[in-house]
Design a protein around this ligand. Structure first.
Ligand SMILES: [Zn+2]
Length: 344
């Protein structure tokens, strides 16, 4: 089968995404609308100008641009429409199920109540779910940067929305200065309340951060986890436990966790038998959506369509759905593989 044919089958393939930040997954079209609504920035005259603004010189520029775009989210309707457009965009890539991080606290400067942002986001997602063949679970990222006390307050703020749109909590942000161990109590309380759990670890910090995420926080999944490669004992542990790793290859290359694709541990982890999933993190920020990530695996690392279906089914198995929900997705992926691929 030609490369083009395989790529077109990847584009059509039903997909699952379990590591995507809503704040980093806006569409350029909608952000451009917001820029026009709130600013007369003479620098941004078109969507193309906006795209150019998201080509980063370095990590500091990336952070600066992240905050720059946040200023254009000012009213509940902006969050509602952005969530709707983002989920619509995922569905257009044939994503049938997604678990999506969101962090309403990033927008405190807009003077909105956290509850308003949460409710607007859930409403936008529900609207997209009604119109498109996609289901979404929200994971509130309680962000480590302000310490455990603030994270506990955040957990309390989202608890009324548990199972009303929000299914889990996540821990993102500054991993180096705020290690997982600080959030042991928050995770314990979240688990008791029924929240499913995942923690970013092993991205900016090394293996110890992952060890603590799994043994102290009892996180069910690890966001990134790629620096497990530095500790063979940890690799063995993650393999034995089949702890799902939410791997985001393009993100790791752009933030320079690894200098090149040839040094990325994904292929080694997969061969070794770890539970790897493929995700996009912040697509417009890093210039690659979930479809691009899967095509990269075929184009650059020579993975077959069967392998790519395995990564997708791993994501379904690693999801926070119940067993019948996981099976439904796996059946859809298998049917696609059987019909479109085996009969070619
Ligand atoms: Zn992330």
């Amino acid at each position: 089968m030609s490369k083009e044919k395989i790529n077109s089958l990847i584009i059509g393939m039903p997909k699952v995404e379990i590591h995507l930040h809503l704040e980093g997954a806006f569409t350029f079209e909608y952000l451009f609308e917001l820029v026009q609504k709130y600013s007369n920035d003479s620098e941004i005259k078109s969507i193309d100008d906006l795209r150019k603004k998201f080509v980063f010189k370095d990590f500091a520029h990336f952070i600066e641009t992240w905050f720059w775009k946040n200023q254009f989210f000012r009213a509940p309707g902006d969050f509602e429409e952005s969530a709707y457009q983002t989920i619509k965009n995922l569905s257009q890539q044939n994503v049938i199920y997604a678990e999506v991080f969101f962090s309403p606290w990033d927008f405190a400067a807009a003077g909105l109540k956290i509850e308003s942002i949460v409710e607007a986001t859930i409403s936008g997602i529900h609207r997209a779910e009604k119109e498109y063949p996609i289901n979404v679970g929200l994971i509130a990222d309680i962000v480590r940067d302000h310490g455990a006390k603030t994270s506990m307050q955040r957990l309390n703020q989202v608890t009324p929305y548990f199972n009303k749109g929000i299914i889990g909590i996540g821990l993102g942000g500054n991993e180096k200065d705020f290690p997982p161990i600080l959030f042991k109590e928050v995770f314990l309380k979240a688990r008791k309340r029924g929240f499913r759990t995942t923690a970013h670890a092993g991205e900016a910090s090394g293996p110890e951060s992952i060890w603590h995420a799994v043994t102290e926080l009892h996180a069910e999944r690890i966001g990134h986890g790629v620096r497990a490669i530095e500790d063979p004992k940890l690799v063995d542990y993650l393999k034995a436990k089949q702890t799902p790793l939410e791997i985001c290859i393009t993100s790791n290359l752009k933030t320079k966790v690894f200098p090149s694709l040839s040094e990325h541990p994904f292929p080694g982890f997969y061969t070794e038998g770890l539970m790897v999933t493929v995700n996009s993190d912040d697509p417009p920020m890093f210039g690659a959506n979930i479809t691009d990530e899967l095509i990269l695996l075929h184009d650059e690392l020579n993975y077959s369509l069967e392998d790519i279906c395995i990564f997708t089914k791993n994501a379904a198995n690693a999801s926070f759905l119940d067993e019948s929900g996981k099976k439904k997705i796996i059946d859809v992926v298998d049917n696609y593989l059987n019909k479109k691929i085996k009969n070619v």
